[in-house]
Design a protein around this ligand. Structure first.
Ligand code: NAD
Length: 366
């Protein structure tokens, strides 16, 4: 990475500001060892933006994001905005941002850390060693296809949604999946419903064609129902799971349950423009403002930013190792509690920042 890297920080609502602060804290710790490299600029989004400007994604935030190399987001939403008109809900801010930045692929790693294996919904023996990434197409499919709506015909109402995939939409997300697999264990599982759906038949055809450009990567096709079963039955057999918008939405939440707490899971949304990094969890209004949220997902999202946007693999890996080491010492926020005493959001952030610095310093002096 050369020059200053501009980061748009959008804390959002609920626990968003608390956990995002810990992500920024750890990035500053990286700078302390590797030298100044970031310029952080904060913007409003979601409910916080509605309160201040009456819209969930103000023009000023759009401009901050356009002028940044990456976006770090907390979370949006909360009960106080649930009565707003649909187009003025906090979630609209995030949807608009994803569309504006043309973020067509969402990466959700789900890794089971040895120290937290007992938190999983599955038995430790089954889940130990799980390390997979769901690659979800984010801008196409049934969430966006037309016609859509609720219509009346012959005195009865009907709801319609349409699944559409164009070849180029499948190609670009497939390339991302194969490229990612090359940095991992070189296996892609493409998930569809090609036995029933034409859009899935085209999906499978295109993925098979793209796979020929990556002969060093193994390709497996699975129907979505079979994949849902196998994620529970043998989660360690997956590496990169490539799928469409709807199936990805569901399978990534299933994969999240393998790891234990939702407070651990980061995500990256990538396209041709500024990428967006955010925890998988929401704004958790039930624990907001109490310094008890788990900051790991936000810190791990910052690590993904270093990996995919800054190309600083060494620093990304240092943060991930620091997270694993601190958790291995038994340090926990309340959501991960066993018998041990819980620490606060900021304390866990302090410990991970200190461990990251220690790791980077020791590597530098080698
Ligand atoms: P949620 O993820 O906010 O919370 C679900 C449960 O998990 C809650 O019990 C919460 O306390 C807990 N939790 C979540 N993150 C945690 C963390 N880091 N540490 C400890 N515990 C954590 O989901 P929800 O309750 O369905 O939604 C709350 C609000 O967030 C809603 O307004 C929803 O629309 C919004 N939401 C936003 C996003 C986003 O911004 N990307 C995603 C999902 C939900």
């Amino acid at each position: 990475m050369q020059g200053t890297f501009r980061v748009a920080v959008l804390p959002g609502d609920g626990i968003g500001p608390e956990v995002t602060a810990e992500g920024v804290k750890v990035l500053k710790a990286v700078e302390e060892v590797l030298g100044p490299m970031f310029r952080f600029q904060t913007g409003l989004i979601g409910g916080a933006a509605i309160d201040a400007t009456a819209v969930p994604l103000p023009a000023e935030t759009i401009s901050v994001c356009h002028n940044s190399h990456a976006i770090l987001l907390g979370a949006v939403g909360g009960p106080q905005w649930d009565t707003q008109r649909p187009e003025l809900r906090p979630e609209q801010g995030l949807l608009q941002l994803r569309q504006r930045q043309e973020l067509y692929v969402n990466l959700r790693p789900a890794k089971v850390l040895d120290a937290l294996v007992h938190l999983s919904a599955l038995k430790p023996d089954r889940v130990r060693g799980t390390d997979l990434v769901i690659v979800r197409e984010l801008l196409g499919g049934i969430y966006f296809g037309n016609p859509r709506g609720i219509f009346a015909k012959n005195g009865e109402r009907m709801g319609i949604n349409t699944e559409i995939y164009r070849e180029h939409e499948v190609e670009r997300v497939a390339h991302r999946a194969f490229q990612l697999a090359r940095t991992r264990r070189r296996k892609v599982t493409s998930v569809d419903k090609a036995n029933i759906l034409e859009s899935s038949r085209l999906w499978r055809e295109v993925v098979t064609r793209i796979a020929r450009l990556y002969p060093d990567v193994e390709l497996q096709h699975l129907y979505v129902d079979s994949c849902a079963m196998q994620l529970i039955d043998r989660p360690t057999s997956f590496d990169v799971v490539l799928t469409n918008n709807l199936f990805g939405d569901i399978l990534s939440d299933e994969a999240a349950m393998l790891t234990g707490s939702i407070g651990l899971l980061p995500s990256a949304s990538l396209g041709e423009r500024t990428a967006l990094y955010e925890p998988v969890h929401g704004s958790a209004p039930d624990i907001a403002g109490r310094n008890r949220a788990n900051p790991v997902a936000a810190i791990a999202s910052a690590a993904l930013m270093l990996r995919y946007s800054c190309r600083l693999e060494n620093a990304a890996e240092a943060i991930e190792t620091a997270i694993a080491k601190v958790l291995k010492r038994g340090v926990r926020t309340p959501d991960m509690m066993g018998k041990k005493r819980a620490v606060s959001t900021s304390r866990l952030g302090d410990l991970i920042a200190a461990e990251t610095k220690k790791l980077l310093k020791s590597r530098k002096s080698r």
